[in-house]
Design a binder for this molecule. Structure first.
Ligand code: NAD
Ligand code: DAU
Length: 368
């Protein structure tokens, strides 16, 4: 769809989404076009983590446009604000994989910090030129992570919105820096920003470098299930569609300048997660017990022990709570990967194999 078509669609200003071809962004856009007639412009660089095919099944005629480009490209970002006059920006674009941030931190600093800075600068200039309701209703929503708060001990209370930042990986440090920039643009210039800090997402269309899709893809092809360290690290898991609903609600009803924690109230050790997956995959393929594929490998450097997120604020102020149980969400997720072998095959490209060979060099059944 060209930009005239977007602009003229029912006369409504579009939202500008960044990183909409990634895991959460594509789920967000799918949910958005199914429930709103507000057009969407998606700025995505199409890194290895992106897959435009994630959005190939959007309904014909829906108001969606993909612009391929980098959020660090000032001129491009400026032209998008000028040409489309968005009512909001929902900023997902990031380098998002902790392990890659350990081996290649620079791209994380570039996209997550500098890229967010460019978006803020251009959003600010655009917003300052608006008037009336266009100005008062504009929003800059920054999608962030619970990892900015650091690591919890077994008995520590969950992260709240006022927990001090203590990021431990280059990824979480870069996300923390971007959160601080967003906060500063609200405090200094009055830009109407919102921040969400969410726990681990899972669901359809997640790139198989992250724990859950990696384990499903490996188990389905009889490969090792590599567990870092003792497998007792704890994450709080949230089904991606619940996260997308939370973002939508914060966008519509959140108080500018505020941050909102989003979580699944579902803490699990990595071994519990993988055990659940193996049980579900055993139902699909009873020919062997997939638990036997579990292989303990060297720990991730600086591996955070536990994350847990208190969701009282978003529940009390906006009425949001997760709808999907962990058991049901995992069942749906396994079913999606089982039913979409061509999607898995497509993303397991040369670049993916390079990563697997480098990251899991010690696991014989994983390297090419
Ligand atoms: P992802 O890695 O699946 O997708 C990231 C997308 O951003 C890709 O489409 C990629 O092409 C795009 N992108 C990367 N660099 C870009 C650039 N310079 N310019 C334009 N586009 C670029 O990530 P995800 O898991 O969907 O995460 C989305 C956001 O949510 C990230 O900001 C991440 O920090 C945050 N988050 C993720 C989780 C999670 O569990 N996945 C949890 C909490 C928060
Ligand atoms: O908490 C939110 C964050 O969750 C997001 O901000 C990140 O973008 C997202 O990648 C995720 O980070 P994690 O590091 O928690 O996710 P990951 O899936 O990489 O790992 C989850 C846990 O599983 C973690 O304790 C490391 C472990 N793990 C992971 C892989 C890939 C393994 O044991 N083996 C593996 O091969």
């Amino acid at each position: 769809m060209n930009k005239q078509a977007i602009n003229k669609t029912n006369g409504k200003a579009p939202i500008l989404v960044t990183g909409g071809c990634g895991f959460i962004g594509s789920n967000f856009i799918r949910q958005w076009v199914a429930t709103s007639d507000i057009p969407v412009v998606n700025l995505d660089k199409l890194t290895y983590a992106a897959n435009p095919a994630n959005l190939a099944d959007l309904p014909a005629g829906c108001s969606y446009k993909l612009v391929v480009g980098d959020i660090q490209d000032t001129n491009l970002v400026r032209s998008l604000f000028k040409d489309y006059r968005p009512s909001a920006i929902v900023h997902f674009a990031a380098e998002s994989h902790v392990d890659r941030s350990v081996t290649d931190p620079e791209s994380f600093l570039n996209t997550n910090i500098h890229g967010t800075f460019i978006l803020l600068q251009e959003a600010l200039a655009y917003w300052q030129g608006l008037e009336g309701t266009e100005k008062s209703s504009f929003r800059f929503l920054h999608v962030s992570t619970d990892e900015v708060f650091g690591s919890l001990g077994a008995n520590d209370p969950a992260f709240t919105e006022t927990t001090a930042y203590s990021p431990n990986s280059p990824y979480s440090a870069s996300k923390a820096a971007s959160d601080h920039l967003v906060r500063a643009y609200n405090h200094t210039y009055g830009l109407p920003t919102l921040i969400t800090n969410c726990s681990n997402n899972y669901g359809p269309y997640q790139f198989p470098e992250k724990l859950i899709p990696l384990m499903i893809a490996n188990a389905l092809s009889g490969k090792a299930l590599p567990i870092y360290g003792d497998g007792m690290n704890v994450r709080d898991w949230l089904y991606v569609e619940d996260h997308c609903e939370a973002i939508r609600l914060v966008l519509e009803r959140g108080v500018t300048g505020e941050t909102y924690n989003v979580g699944g109230n579902s803490e699990k050790t990595n071994l519990q997660v993988v055990g659940t997956l193996c049980k579900l995959i055993n139902e699909v393929d009873p020919s062997s017990d997939h638990n036997e594929l579990v292989t303990f490998i060297k720990d991730r450097p600086g591996h955070d022990r536990r994350y847990a997120v208190a969701t009282d604020k978003i529940y009390n102020e906006l009425g949001w709570q997760p709808r999907m149980s962990f058991e049901e969400g995992m069942r749906k997720t396994v079913a999606w990967y089982v039913n979409n072998p061509e999607w898995i095959a497509q993303v397991m490209s040369g670049e993916y194999r390079n990563w697997i060979n480098k990251q899991y060099a010690s696991v014989e059944s994983l390297v090419a």
